[in-house]
Design a protein around this ligand. Structure first.
Ligand SMILES: [Zn+2]
Length: 403
């Protein structure tokens, strides 16, 4: 059993000092969000944090994809160094392109800036963890290493690239973490232990095309795409609520008076259940093949083709609310006076969850909204509560003999 609240006595000076440093944490958060980090171009923000962490006495590495990694080892002589580590992740990237102005605006208790909560808050909390874990009172109590990883490519078409790389590398070294915790956005209640999986495909239909009068019988990619959309709409009806499939974009044709040579549709599929996600994508593939066959029947010599390109692939996975990791997170939540809430989302925790490694995602304190928009805001009121929850949980996991 992992305890978080019985440790209150020795931890209270450390927690108290972070309550007193709320202004520093917010200033650090603002410095982070003012440094642009579009998905695929996170190096300036990575360098900023690498420099700070180095300054605080950490050995900080960058891996081949650009993740920033530091490992805090226990100092106790009685701990074997090959114990499964606890890994804590926060994504560096934002959905905003390099052209989006990162202007900070205050309005009452709210601070507006693209990326301020997601994931400026999570990154600021990781810096606090980096400093807390350096504390001698913490390090002597650790029973296993805690690895802090700032990941690249979490958002959108980044496809959890950084987290995937870290878990691939760890597996290559024979390391199976005890638990993984993603720190993502504000909040002090929710515990994400269901990872929503998603697949995003582009289906491209191609044919020889022709004149719309002279070659009227030529198989038509736009017609095939239309039939495919109609069938996907029926599949969507049948799959809800356990699986969601949506045609999100479409384009096709070249001329007003020609049988088109090409059409494409983008399909977004989601589910909490990995098997259902697989079934859903098998169905979409079957529907596309069928649409092409039906349209090509008239003139098999000019048969259409369909190509499927993967635009996004995020694996699903989950642990239930009686899992020791969820119980530990719930206990840390109650220890700070909040009522825990189960949640589902798509975060860096998808990667470990899909590989059978216990993982959750939690917020890093404060509140906020409008993430992924230029109007994103963050409210620092009571932010020390969520930050204390993060510290309690990670220290408790680092001190745990087992899960
Ligand atoms: Zn995020």
């Amino acid at each position: 059993m992992i305890t978080t609240d019985s440790e209150r006595d020795w931890m209270s000076p450390i927690l108290g000092s972070w309550r007193a440093q709320r202004a520093w944490v917010l200033a650090h958060q603002l410095a982070i969000v003012r440094t642009a980090a579009p998905t695929g171009n996170e190096s300036a923000r990575a360098a900023l944090l690498q420099r700070d962490w180095h300054h605080w006495g950490h050995i900080v590495a960058r891996d081949h994809v650009g993740n920033v990694i530091t490992r805090v080892q226990p100092t106790s002589m009685t701990v074997e160094h090959d114990r499964a580590p606890v890994v804590c992740l926060a994504h560096l990237d934002t959905v905003f392109g390099a052209d989006v102005p990162l202007t900070v605006r205050r309005d009452g208790t709210r601070t507006y800036c693209p990326g301020i909560g997601d994931n400026g808050r999570g990154l600021a909390a990781m810096s606090v963890l980096a400093r807390v874990l350096q504390h001698p009172a913490v390090r002597t109590r650790l029973r296993r290493a805690v690895e802090l990883v700032l990941t690249v490519g979490e958002e959108g078409e980044g496809n959890l690239r950084g987290a995937t790389r870290w878990f691939d590398d760890a597996a290559g070294r024979g390391i199976v973490p005890l638990a993984a915790v993603a720190i993502d956005g504000p909040g002090d209640r929710s515990i994400v232990h269901h990872a929503a999986g998603s697949r995003r495909w582009r289906l491209t239909f191609t044919g020889v095309g022709g004149h719309s009068w002279a070659n009227a019988a030529t198989p038509n990619p736009v017609h095939a795409a239309g039939a495919c959309i109609a069938a996907i709409a029926r599949l969507a009806e049948a799959s809800r609520p356990y699986g969601v499939v949506t045609v999100t974009r479409m384009q096709g044709g070249e001329h007003l008076t020609g049988v088109p040579m090409q059409a494409w549709i983008d399909v977004d599929m989601r589910s909490l259940d990995p098997d259902r996600l697989r079934t859903l994508s098998d169905e979409v593939r079957r529907i596309a093949t069928r649409a092409v066959q039906d349209e090509s029947q008239r003139m098999p010599t000019q048969a259409l083709h369909v190509a499927i390109t993967t635009l996004g692939d995020r694996p699903a996975g989950n642990i239930d609310d009686r899992h020791p990791l969820v119980i530990a997170a719930a206990s840390a939540t109650r220890a700070v006076g909040r009522e825990p809430q189960s949640a589902s989302a798509s975060t860096d925790a998808n990667v470990p969850l899909s590989r059978g490694i216990p993982a959750i995602a939690i917020g890093a304190g404060g509140s906020g909204s409008a993430s992924h928009t230029a109007d994103e805001w963050y409210d620092d009121t009571d932010s020390d509560i969520g930050l204390e929850r993060v510290i309690r949980l990670i220290v408790a996991l680092g001190m745990a003999e087992r899960l």
